[in-house]
Design a protein around this ligand. Structure first.
Ligand SMILES: [Zn+2]
Length: 316
């Protein structure tokens, strides 16, 4: 198989991915008019570059940036950071939760056709902000479609989900979900199957905050990729939750259904901002522990590189 991933600096082979953080935030410049509770700023270029360089030096190859357009993303910064550090980055189209957008955001009154057209254009032609650059500069194309899902499929969320399904069917791109601690993720499989998108194109994030092993088995068995990101978050008791889910699913032959993620959107989690534990937490803590619980090298590589790389590659 010669599958490729569309990164912010161009296409790379899936096999080139050795170590990936499957859900990350590399740059966030909150849009004007966003409420205080949703204003996350991650926009100090030299510090971000420093952290990415550390990730790269410790063997990291790919960061999956999960900030969609109009919600703080700037793919021009992502491209420059990738070019200067050698860390591969993928960009996201789609939509986050409503709170990350200004009150008058067009996306939140768009029709299915308008939203689908926008997602497809960002995947195939280039992200809006990168298309505004002078000619001669290659636009940045998104790799995946995000949907912010709070647990109920209704209203504009449903419109955006239908648009994501159209864009996924047309391009072969996967759909990544922000979930509210896994709330009602069961509803996603039938909804997307009804809209022509199989579970093999779905990637559900933050689901280890709902550590129901029976549910995780069912989703992984159906073909969903589960994004786990509570490793560095004591409040979710990772020892008794995510670190129990992983061996249970591996024992059931479901190692293809999990991806290791950090989701460090706050500068307080980045070492270059004086925080802890930093983006190299995968290398310093998660990788050794995956080996310590008895996973072989091939399984570890699935969880920390191949599964997310395969989901980023487009498949129709
Ligand atoms: Zn996130």
């Amino acid at each position: 198989m010669n599958a490729q991933i569309q990164t912010v600096t161009g296409a790379v082979a899936v096999d080139a991915i050795q170590l990936a953080d499957g859900h990350e935030h590399v740059w966030i410049q909150p849009a004007d008019g966003v409420g205080e509770d949703a204003r996350i700023e991650l926009n100090d270029y030299p510090r971000i570059r420093q952290e990415l360089a550390s990730f790269k030096a410790a063997g990291g190859t790919l960061l999956v940036d999960c900030q969609p357009g109009n919600a703080g993303r700037d793919t021009r910064q992502l491209r420059r950071l990738s070019a200067e550090t050698g860390v591969l980055i993928t960009a996201t189209t789609g939509a986050h939760q409503r709170k990350y957008y200004p009150p008058d955001s067009w996306l939140w009154s768009a029709s299915v056709d308008e939203a689908a057209g926008y997602f497809i254009s960002e995947l195939t032609k280039g992200t809006r902000e990168s298309l505004t650059e002078e000619s001669g500069v290659e636009p940045v194309r998104a790799a995946i479609i995000k949907i912010g899902y709070e647990g109920v499929i209704e209203g504009q969320t449903q419109v955006l989900m239908e648009a994501a399904a159209v864009a996924s069917r047309q391009t072969g791109a996967s759909i990544l979900f922000h979930t509210e601690m896994g709330r009602n993720v069961e509803a996603l499989i039938p909804f997307f199957e009804n809209h022509g998108v199989p579970p093999q194109r779905l990637y559900m994030c933050h689901v280890d905050k709902r550590p129901d092993v029976g549910l995780h088995r069912e989703l992984a068995r159906a073909g969903v990729l589960l994004g786990y990101d509570t490793f560095g978050r004591p409040k979710y008791d990772p020892d008794h939750n995510v670190w129990q889910l992983i061996p249970a699913l591996v024992a059931d032959g479901l190692a293809h259904g999990m991806a290791v993620c950090l989701d460090f959107a706050f500068p307080s989690m980045w070492r270059s901002f004086g925080g802890e534990p930093g983006l190299t937490f995968i290398q310093s803590s998660i990788l050794p522990r995956l080996a310590q619980i008895g996973l072989d090298a091939a399984t570890i590589k699935r969880l920390t590189a191949q599964n997310v790389a395969n989901r980023l590659a487009w498949m129709r």
